[in-house]
Every structure is written in C-alpha cells, then in structure tokens.
Design a protein around this ligand. Structure first.
Ligand SMILES: Cc1cc2nc3c(=O)[nH]c(=O)nc-3n(C[C@H](O)[C@H](O)[C@H](O)COP(=O)(O)OP(=O)(O)OC[C@H]3O[C@@H](n4cnc5c(N)ncnc54)[C@H](O)[C@@H]3O)c2cc1C
Length: 435
C-alpha cells in the first residue's frame, strides 16, 4: 500500500506528538508512526519550568492539570556522604522563573499524542519503521510492517532509535568516556523527600562514580535512579538489574532517604545514551528531540528540548511546505535553534562531572549573581539561545570551576566514592536485598 502524506513522523513521544499536533493544526496531512502503544513507560519524569508556557501556548494546560502530577518549585543537590544539601527555587533565578511539575511519562506522552490525533494527525501505533527507502528534498519514503509510506518531509522523533541518524550514518558516540552513560532506575514508595511544598523538588545526590536522582511523582511514589559510566560498571561484576541496589547500599545519603522504601529489588536499565546525529536537519528531514542528540539527563532537559525543538521544526516545515522559506534556510535556522539552545547545557554537563564544579554549585551563592544565572539556565530559559546576561555569567562560572581546582574559592567538600563506602543492606518491601 502506498499512502501519501505531507509529513511523516517517526516516533510518538513528546517530540513527535508536538510536531504532529502543530503540523496537523496548520492543515497538513500528517502521519505518526509509533512502535509501541500508549500509554507506555518512559523514563524522564521531571519537567523544566520553561515547558509550562509551551504547554499553555499549545492549549494543553487543562489536559495536563487533569493528569496526576506533582508541582516542582526548585531542586535539591547533595554529596553522597554529606547530609547537608543545597536547595534552590526557580524563583531565585536571574530571570523570572515559575513552578513546573513532575509527571509519569505514560499518561503525559499519551495525552500529547491524543492531542495530535484530535488535531487531525493520523497515528499508527504498534508500527515500527524498519527502513528508509528514499530521503530527498521534497520526497521521502519509509517502510513499516510490509507497507510503504510517502511524504514530502520526514521528521525523525524516534528518540534513542535515531532512525535517520543510523540511516545516514551520522550517529556518533562522544569520544569523551566521561560522557558515556548508563542508568539504573525504579519506582518506589515511602522514600523520604524534601518536606512541605518542596516535596516535588528533585533531589540529586552526587558521588565520584556518578549521581542519583530521587524524583517525587505522586504523594507516595518516587522515581529513583543512578547514572554512571559503563566502564565503571564493567569492573564490578554485578548483575545489571541489581546495580541500583548495589549503589544505594554504598551511598549514605540515598540509603538514609530510602530506609523505609518499598519497591522491587531489581531495576530497569538504559545504556548507551550519549550521542549526537549532527546535522539536525538535511535534505528531506528534521531531527527532533533525542533523535538528534542526547548528552546526559542530569538537568532534566530532555522533554523540554524535545518539545521546544518540535515547535521549531513544525514552524520551519510549515514555512517550507508553504514555499515561504527555502529548504536551505529552513535547515540552517532549525540547526541554529537546536545548537543555540542546547550548547549552554553541554558546557554545564561537561563541567558537572568535575568535583570543583560541585563544590561551587553546593556553595549555593556567589558574586555577580552567578548562581542566579545558573538557576535560570536550569529552568530552561535558553530559547532560542540564552540571553547575554546568562551567557557571560555562565562563562565566569566555568572560569571559577577551573580556579577552584587549584585555589579554593569556596570551602572544599569531601567527595563520596561508592567504592570506599562500606555497604549497608537495606530491605525493600518483603525482600531483603543482600549487597
Ligand atoms: C536516565 C534518564 C533520565 C531522564 N530524566 C529526564 C528528566 O527527568 N526530565 C526530562 O525532561 N528528560 C529526562 N530524560 C530525557 C527524556 O526521557 C527524553 O529526552 C525525552 O523522552 C525525549 O523525547 P523524544 O520525543 O525526543 O523521544 P522519546 O520520548 O524517546 O520518544 C521516541 C518514540 O519513538 C518511538 N520509536 C523509536 N524507534 C521507532 C521506530 N523505528 N519506529 C517507530 N517508533 C519508534 C519510541 O517507541 C518512542 O515512543 C531522561 C533520560 C534518561 C535516559
């Protein structure tokens, strides 16, 4: 069967759904191909403040409010063996910051995809794209489940599937081994969280080997994860589905927060998730969200970058299909948007794995409102690119991180190493987990 559309979209996550919603509203014939069936589990449950105005702009706030979610006003950061943590509120940012939310991705992603459907996009679930047969300016053809589909533009929003990146051979892992990552995660009940209004503020606990997240999803449920280097895990000889337990048992602060936790003793695993597929647009295609690049989830940027990127891609595809923009200009503007908005996070993430960064960050304040600028960046005020007031302060912050390595600008803090800490067994639910 050969079906003709204006826009073919691979992937029905936030990037694909928002692209489809906007293009269908603009009157195009859009088809989304999703290999799974919503609602489906997805990791990535903490959303940046900048996402809320976008959801409002899309007219989806009432739908969002109807879903179970937890308000998030800031975040808490700590070191693995030091109970004294540092908290901030987005309202302390240099630029106006608002509250946002944590949410389980299954209902959230389903809500977005249903909105696209309601706007007129065709959505084919349980339909994995297996092949790209044609990828040219104005003519694309893809194959799924024995059928081919043709269109004028292809949006790849396949997340880690990186369908186009693999097809054109542009998918590259980062050569810096510190940026290669693997994550172990699970949902638990009865995890201790910040008190009162701060209960939805994610807690990030750092150690030499990586970092933990504790993200409240509802009054009772908390998402807990550990992110580390694959090279570190290879040395351990621990079964991948027990790695989270292993790490929790060796991190005093996380272990304490989880002393009454109830949940499974095994965890889920996501590996090999740091890569880029530049350029983010080429003849016949645009890469949206994780299909373009993924660095590290430390600052909870993924969903917001995917949805903001989707909005831009939809804008340029609309202009392209209405002959208001040349393909070359559409691609150049889109790539500039993605690079401009993500670049500042790449700088922060590279530095985040330096202990001197963590010492400065944990200090909680610095001269020239530098910390306020970092908070505004972490709130997602980076589109289409961060304003100068943020950029020079971030540059100054990175300079301080370098100086701190040799001369203490703020007090030194003890680094927690999971390999040095003595493990303490914790019991989850009715299962005592030996570590
Ligand atoms: C450990 C970890 C923690 C994270 N935490 C956060 C967080 O707290 N906050 C945050 O904002 N982000 C977080 N992220 C990132 C976030 O999950 C992603 O950035 C986000 O889901 C990107 O959305 P997307 O639409 O680009 O891709 P996805 O949400 O991955 O959607 C892609 C879709 O494409 C489908 N697909 C794949 N291949 C095919 C194919 N061949 N054919 C058809 N369909 C296909 C998939 O089934 C999927 O539904 C985290 C990521 C990781 C790895």
């Amino acid at each position: 069967m050969n079906l003709a559309y204006d826009v073919l979209i691979i992937g029905g996550g936030p990037g694909g759904a928002v692209s489809a919603l906007l293009l269908a509203r603009a009157g195009f014939r859009v088809c989304v191909f999703e290999k799974s069936r919503h609602p489906r589990f997805h990791i990535g449950e903490s959303i940046l403040p900048r996402n809320l105005p976008l959801i409002q702009e899309l007219g989806l706030e009432p739908e969002l409010r109807r879903l179970p979610h937890l308000p998030k006003y800031g975040a808490e950061f700590g070191l693995g063996s030091d109970p004294q943590t540092m908290s901030f509120k987005f309202s302390d940012g240099l630029l106006p910051g608002s509250a946002t939310f944590n949410i389980e991705r299954a209902p959230f992603d389903e809500m977005l995809l249903n909105a696209a459907r309601a706007a007129g996009a065709e959505v084919l679930e349980d339909t994995a794209i297996k092949r790209i047969d044609r990828l040219e300016e104005g003519a694309v053809e893809i194959a799924a489940e024995g059928r081919t589909f043709t269109g004028r533009v292809l949006i790849d929003a396949s997340g880690h599937g990186t369908v186009v990146g693999r097809h054109v051979g542009s998918r590259r892992a980062f050569d810096d081994p510190h940026l290669q990552k693997v994550a172990y995660f699970q949902h638990f009940d009865r995890v201790e969280r910040p008190a009162g209004d701060a209960t939805g503020d994610p807690t990030i606990i750092m150690c030499r080997e990586g970092w933990f997240w504790l993200i409240g999803l509802s009054e009772t449920k908390t998402s807990v994860g550990f992110v580390t280097r694959p090279s570190f895990v290879r040395e351990l000889n621990i079964s991948a589905d027990r790695l989270l337990q292993w790490a929790i048992a060796r991190c005093p602060v996380v272990r304490h927060r989880m002393r009454n936790a109830v949940g499974q003793s095994t965890n889920q695993v996501l590996s090999d998730f740091s890569y880029t597929c530049k350029p983010f647009a080429g003849p016949g295609y645009f890469l949206v969200g994780d299909a373009g690049c993924f660095l590290d989830p430390i600052f909870s940027t993924g969903v917001t970058l995917a949805m903001m990127g989707a909005q831009q891609a939809a804008k340029h595809v609309t202009a392209l299909l209405q002959n208001r923009e040349t393909p070359k200009n559409a691609r150049r503007s889109y790539c500039r948007f993605v690079e401009g908005s993500t670049g500042i996070f790449w700088g922060l993430i590279r530095n985040y794995y330096r202990h001197s960064f963590r010492e400065l960050f944990m200090n909680g304040r610095g001269p020239l409102q530098v910390h306020n600028a970092v908070i505004s960046t972490l709130a997602g005020n980076v589109f289409p690119k961060p304003v100068w007031a943020l950029r020079w302060r971030l540059w100054f912050y990175h300079l301080c991180v370098r100086v701190q390595r040799y001369i203490p600008l703020v007090p030194r803090r003890a680094e927690c190493s999971l390999l040095r800490e003595s493990p303490v067994e914790i019991a989850l639910a009715h299962t005592a987990v030996a570590v």
